[in-house]
Design a protein around this ligand. Sequence first.
Ligand code: SF4
Ligand code: SF4
Length: 450
Amino acid sequence: MSIAPPDFESIWQTADRPDAGELGLCVHCGFCLNACPTYHDLGVETGSPRGRIALMRGLDDGRLEWSPRVQQHFDQCLQCRACETACPSKVPYGRLMEATRAEAFAQDRWPRRQRIIWRVIMRGLFPYPRRMRLAGYGLKLYQTSGLQSLVRRSGLLKRLAPKLAEIDALSPNADRPFYSNAEAARVSPKRTPRAHASLVTGCMMPLAYPDTHRATVNVFARNGVAVDAPSAQVCCGALHAHGGDVEASRDLARANIDAFTPLGSELPDAVLINAAGCGSHLKEYGHLLRNDEEYADRAAAFASRVRDVHEWLVEIGFELPMGRIERRVTYQDSCHLSHAQGIRKAPREVLTSIPGLELAEMRTPDRCCGSAGIYSVVQSEISQRVLAEKMSDVLGTGADQICTANPGCMLQLDAGIARFDDDQRMIPRSIHAIELLDESYRLGDQAQTR
Ligand code: SF4
Ligand code: SF4
């Protein structure tokens, strides 16, 4: 019997396919396995970075068919990029996985229901600030009318629509005034500004964590930086790129480049961002638009100015705060700050500068919390197990509050506190380091005027 030779025709169909040279960098050493939360959870090779790279290679050289099972192994990846930190061969895993997902999206490899939901929410809602604001008002009404607590107490949603109940558990507290981009203009440095920054306000943050934006503008103004927030900006497109909808992500990138760096204008000293997932994507705009004749150079210039708030504060130097905050805080490294941007020291430098504040480190602060964009909704079972481990680590520190650097992580960890902090000892809202710094400045000023 003769065995038919394998069909070595690649299964990739789009220009966004993973780069064969980058795939070839993996030498199968396995150093990444221990760092991978899904390998830890699932315990199978196909749930590991090395296994997923082998699947990509199989698709690339035609040894493998693209089946729902193969797709599932890709979908189960958190894209936390802990494997990149661990990899001695510098395999750009995040980029490879984004390219794989872009290919899957272009080839319509998702179930129909998932595709429809994506188009309604990710294409129909997130890119439009006005629609997001309307959705925010709807959420506010749902929460302030008492309907949310009624729904939660009754357990009805859990029984009738478990997926909706999961989304409800992760919904942000909208019971605060939303952030408007015009607010940045109302705060200015007391002396002649030493720099000018443009703040990326994003899609979720103005609704979910408006105080983080307020604190960011206050802190930088105090440190002599004039901050504006271009009103024509839109969602950065990180969630779209992570999901594989790379064309939507490119459209959003172009709109942001036009908003932040209109043709003929000077670049700001920094394009400032306080959300880690968005920051790592904004730094990739150059790569995202590398083949766009009109935008490639502008995208690279834009990306070169993107700075995470902790990173830039430490880079330009910041006034030491004087107000005491007697609190034990544990810091969760957001994956896209630590693994994707390599920023670990700067947030700790900010936190430890605050008098009275104690930083209680977890065993594994850079292990993903299971949020990972929309992962907590579409892969909720794995996400909840990853969160359970994270919360055991958090609670083991005896901290009063969690500090982290990304809205997705904040929502996930807040849900974790509600679910796992049985003694209700912790402050039920995680916080950004920039808010603590702002609070310390304010308390210091108050103490001086007394
Ligand atoms: S550590 Fe890097 S080279 Fe080694 S198996 Fe993992 S991805 Fe491949
Ligand atoms: S990105 Fe995270 S979940 Fe995905 S393979 Fe790498 S370490 Fe594992």
